[in-house]
Design a protein around this ligand. Structure first.
Ligand SMILES: Nc1ncnc2c1ncn2[C@@H]1O[C@H](COP(=O)(O)OP(=O)(O)OP(=O)(O)O)[C@@H](O)[C@H]1O
Ligand SMILES: [Mg+2]
Length: 416
């Protein structure tokens, strides 16, 4: 093929993505499933801004683990309350500052000034002067503002507690001004606040809204709500979403991190595109998962520590999964495959209870996942899945080790 044709064939290949940006971390979605309670709490706390503007200056702290929707909730809340306020004739601005980027007092106040549309002269004003100018501007324009200081711990660490005090407490002393500034602070945990003086710490801890890690059912709904935004119809089967949700769900040992779940879906889509596949499969998800978790090479090293029959059983899991093209298979089917492999190799298959032990041990080593069958399966049975690696390279790796164990010669005569 000519170079031009090679390039064109890739560029013109159809994609599963309709709008990939809808999966980027900075995209703010229209709805936030399973964050209704947090949004309601925010609305309750900021009600006064709409009902009695200028009466009090509200401060709220959002905390929770990585990827639990703190930033998204603040932005969605800001967007909605601003438009609600405007529809009632109140001029409210929402300002979002990432303190990871702007971590000095000067950077923060300059960013506030810029986001509310003030022009700050370039002639060396101090942070304090800019802050007073902001207060005056709000007063002159009769504006109110909700300022989110996201990743606030970076600000505490870099700017120090005096700067925190200045930003959020001094305001209380400007008694001649109406209360026009409100704050939302975001930190993953509250330990960073202990660097502040006791009074300020207590002050910040007064209104806390918690964001809990997502369960797999919740992640499923979150992924589902992104699917129609980002992908063409029929390119992402339900079982793919279910599988990703189960990898990341808190109740299944994951982090409950929505960002990671959405990223897995994005990378799985890219893997499907790279192969020119019409839709995403479970195997694409496995590939995506490995890309995002390069530490799985450690798991590969664990293979060497397994007994021969554990390896044979794991090989049986891989082969049964490959044949079924599902995320999980029943342990009974795996055992059949295991017996078949043993027979081929002239190895005596171990008894059922022993095989069950192998499964439990492999699970302990994080080489497989197990769960009990629920809806959609007849009878109760143990289901086995593998998400730690794409199956093809894993199978080759296992085969290499088995061959070394039993001798290449025996292998070749027994299994072809
Ligand atoms: N309930 C939800 N519905 C839809 N999307 C969500 C939800 N929660 C989180 N997300 C998405 O997941 C990603 C991570 O969320 P977000 O950035 O809000 O997490 P965070 O709590 O701020 O995490 P960090 O502590 O790492 O900053 C974003 O793309 C966000 O849009
Ligand atoms: Mg965040």
């Amino acid at each position: 093929m000519r170079t031009r044709d090679i390039i064109a064939s890739v560029i013109d290949r159809p994609s599963v993505f309709k709008s990939k940006e809808k999966l980027f971390p900075e995209y703010v979605p229209p709805e936030l499933p399973h964050r209704e309670r947090q949004l309601r709490e925010l609305a309750q706390l900021f009600k006064s801004v709409i009902v009695n503007p200028g009466q009090i200056s509200q401060r709220v702290l959002l905390t929770g683990n990585i990827g639990t929707g703190k930033t998204a909730a603040a932005r969605v809340f800001g967007r909605e309350i601003v438009s609600l306020a405007r529809s009632r004739g109140i001029s409210l601005e929402y300002v979002h500052i990432n303190c990871h980027r702007d971590r000095t007092l000067y950077a923060v106040v300059s960013s506030i000034a810029k986001q509310i549309g003030m022009s700050v002269p370039n002639r060396g004003l101090s942070a304090y002067e800019i802050y007073s100018a902001i207060l005056e501007y709000l007063e002159d324009e009769n504006k109110y503002v909700i300022i989110t200081l996201d990743e606030f711990d970076y600000f505490i660490e870099t700017a120090g507690s005096d700067a925190v005090y200045f930003l959020i407490r001094t305001y209380d002393e400007f008694s001649e001004y109406t209360r026009r500034i409100n704050f939302i602070f975001i930190t993953r945990n509250t330990t960073a606040l202990s660097r502040l003086d006791d009074a300020t710490e207590t002050y910040l801890l007064r209104n806390i809204i918690h964001f809990y890690p997502y369960t797999s059912d919740e992640l499923y709904d979150i992924l589902d709500s992104r699917r129609s935004l980002a992908f063409y119809e029929d390119t992402v089967p339900d079982e793919v979403l279910r599988y990703i949700a189960e990898i990341h769900g808190r109740d299944r040992g994951g982090e409950g991190n929505a960002r990671a779940a959405i990223e897995t879906l994005l990378v799985a889509g890219e893997a499907a595109d790279a192969e020119g596949a019409p839709r995403i499969t479970i195997e694409h998800v496995r590939k995506a998962y490995v890309k995002a978790n390069p530490q799985i090479t450690i798991l590969y090293d664990r293979l060497i520590t397994l007994q021969l029959h554990e390896l044979l059983f794991l090989l049986a899991v891989v082969r049964t999964l490959k044949r079924s093209q599902q995320a999980y298979v029943r342990i009974g089917e795996v055992e059949e495959e295991y017996k078949y492999i043993c027979e081929e190799l002239g190895e005596k298959p171990r008894r059922h209870t022993q095989v069950y032990e192998y499964a439990m041990n492999l699970r302990k080593l994080d080489l497989i996942e197990t769960k009990t069958s629920g809806r959609g399966y007849r009878g109760k049975s143990t289901l086995i899945g593998i998400s730690m690696a794409p199956l093809d390279p894993l199978e080759n790796r296992i085969l290499d080790i088995i061959k070394r164990r039993i001798g290449e010669h025996k292998w070749r005569t027994r299994i072809t």
